[in-house]
Design a protein around this ligand. Structure first.
Ligand code: SIN
Length: 534
């Protein structure tokens, strides 16, 4: 253990953004209109979950659609746990934010001069905008990153990993980061905004890139912030299953455009499970696929695209077509083998409608946050929208409530743990994924959850800080995994994406959010929604 007695002088950052998905990039651009911004990202500017988003971004922009219909679809899919006020904000402010994306040059696909709209599960209207067919996230990242790089009021540090939030008398005053040259650097901020994305890497099979290690949630929890709804993890029903190919996402829009699910015996099964068949809510489709896999003793089902011509497939899904081809699968003639994979965390850092966490000075936005819009299950393509809407609201709040950059004492002591071996880190990471995939996936059981929590305690005993990003990520994954299991143990019912074999039915007594802050647990009742919209 080494001790660094004195930290380098802090860099000043009135607005400090951590992360560079849609929430981080867009919020940086908006905040730059009111003051200088520093943006830290642990990889490269365009490497985030956003870049891998395919289907698109949902907004009620069609004359046949309305925010009220979008609201109802979102609330229905959230199975009683969406906060009505938060969803109302999302759907009413969403269309203006999406138009703003167009003004940043995002090349949404057009039909007769207007954005082309597609359909995804549980949407009552075609309301999903997309770009380059099925590369919507990549195009959004590219356009926003281009503006961020060109903006003289935004300073970007890539390969800068935050290892701790800096607190002063309960207020977040900035961060300590490990920079690309291996040195530590402090950043003093008036407002620190965590936009660090999700945590799909707690699972062995995920559609998320390797950077999705729940960093923001772990950092905020360690600093004392409240964290909510961590039991709710969305498994995408259709990720490519063709080992050794990665679990590449096969967008729900493929089903929206006519793709059908069949078991390995060739039987179409979704109509037997839900009236919306292939376009039932994601949790329903994922569990149905699992049942069919068990029934047919198969490791996957298939997505049959025979309703689409080769031309339609190549034009509408160029990214999926090319990627599958790379792994030897020509989807213009072959069905795609698919199975569910971890995709999205509905819970996260508890925030209000202005992205404020329970810690003064600390805000959160995007997948890392939980303002209450997704409840027990997220409506497809609401996630990119969330990053925009709440990034805008954080900016509005900070415009009305100016912040002062805080002072950071340079004699802060930092303990550095240096005795890590890459082999241990890799094997611990594998073990964590095995535990979570076995006990905390689509189907859970109280006994398995207890075993999982015990097994996790064997992994990576707490070290104060460490100069190895992969060790830091392992610590973050461990903190997040524990939070997920604790919440899943507490929720003794099944609702949305949280399915407990030992409590297979929803229970009205559990119409509440589970909020964890340190050792404390609070239960926040969720109001009924029929009465509150409009
Ligand atoms: C997809 O394209 O299926 C993913 C969209 C989403 O997760 O919202």
């Amino acid at each position: 253990m080494a001790r660094i007695p004195v930290l380098p002088d802090a860099k000043q950052a009135p607005f400090l953004i951590i992360g560079s998905g849609i929430a981080g990039l867009y919020t940086a651009l908006k905040l730059s209109e009111i003051g200088p911004v520093v943006l830290l990202t642990k990889d490269h500017l365009e490497e985030s979950n956003t870049t891998y988003a395919q289907g698109g971004i949902a907004a009620a922009i069609d004359p046949q659609d309305s925010p009220t219909l979008h609201y109802e679809d979102t609330m229905r899919v959230g199975v009683g746990l969406c906060l009505p006020d938060a969803v109302s904000v999302l759907v009413h402010e969403g269309p203006s934010r999406v138009r703003e994306l167009m003004s940043y040059g995002v090349p949404f696909d057009l039909l007769e001069g207007e954005p082309a709209l597609t359909k995804e599960a549980a949407h009552s209207r075609r309301r999903i905008l997309h770009a380059d067919g099925d590369a919507t996230g990549r195009e959004i990242s590219r356009s926003l990153a281009h503006h961020v790089i060109a903006n003289p009021r935004i300073t970007v540090f890539e390969e800068a990993m935050v290892i701790s939030l800096l607190m002063n008398a309960g207020t977040c005053v900035g961060v300590l980061a490990l920079m690309d040259d291996g040195e530590l650097q402090t950043f003093a901020a008036g407002a620190t905004i965590l936009c660090t994305g999700g945590c799909g890497q707690v699972y062995a099979a995920s559609t998320n890139p390797p950077v999705a290690t729940g960093d923001g949630i772990a950092l905020a929890y360690a600093a004392g912030a409240a964290i909510s709804n961590m039991e709710f993890v969305q498994f995408h029903p259709t990720a490519l299953f063709s080992p050794p190919a990665p679990r590449f996402l096969i967008s729900e829009t493929v089903r929206g455009e006519g793709g059908l699910l069949r078991n390995t015996r060739g039987e179409r099964f979704m109509p037997g499970y839900h009236e919306l068949a292939e376009l039932a809510p994601r949790d329903v489709v994922a569990r149905s696929i699992l049942k069919e896999m068990e029934r047919t003793h198969a490791e996957h089902v298939v997505l049959d695209l025979s309703a689409l011509t080769a031309e339609q497939i190549k034009n509408r899904f160029p990214n999926i077509y090319e990627t599958c081809l790379q792994y030897g699968l020509d989807i213009t003639g072959q069905a795609i083998p698919v199975a569910p994979a971890a995709h999205y965390l509905m819970g996260g850092i508890y925030t209000d409608l202005y992205g404020r966490t329970t810690l003064p000075g600390l805000f959160a936005c995007g997948e890392t946050s939980d303002p209450g819009v997704h409840g027990a299950n997220r409506l497809a393509s609401n996630s990119l929208l969330e990053g925009l809407v709440f990034g805008h609201r954080i900016t509005e709040y900070l415009q009305e409530h100016p912040v002062q950059t805080q002072t950071i004492s340079t004699d802060t002591k930092v303990h550095i743990h240096q005795e890590t071996s890459p082999d241990t880190i890799n094997s611990d990471r594998r073990l964590l994924k095995e535990i979570m995939s076995a006990q905390m996936a689509i189907v859970r059981h109280g006994k398995g959850l207890n075993e999982a929590l015990n097994a996790l305690s064997e992994i990576a005993a707490d070290a104060p800080l460490c100069l190895d990003p992969s060790y830091l990520e392992l610590q973050h994954l461990r903190i997040v995994a524990r939070l997920m299991i604790r919440a899943a143990q507490l929720r003794t019912e099944s609702r949305g994406s949280h399915f407990r074999e030992d409590f297979p039915l929803p229970n009205p007594d559990w119409k509440c959010r589970i909020i964890i802050q340190g050792d404390q647990v609070a239960y926040q009742p969720v109001p009924d929604w029929q009465e509150t919209e409009n």
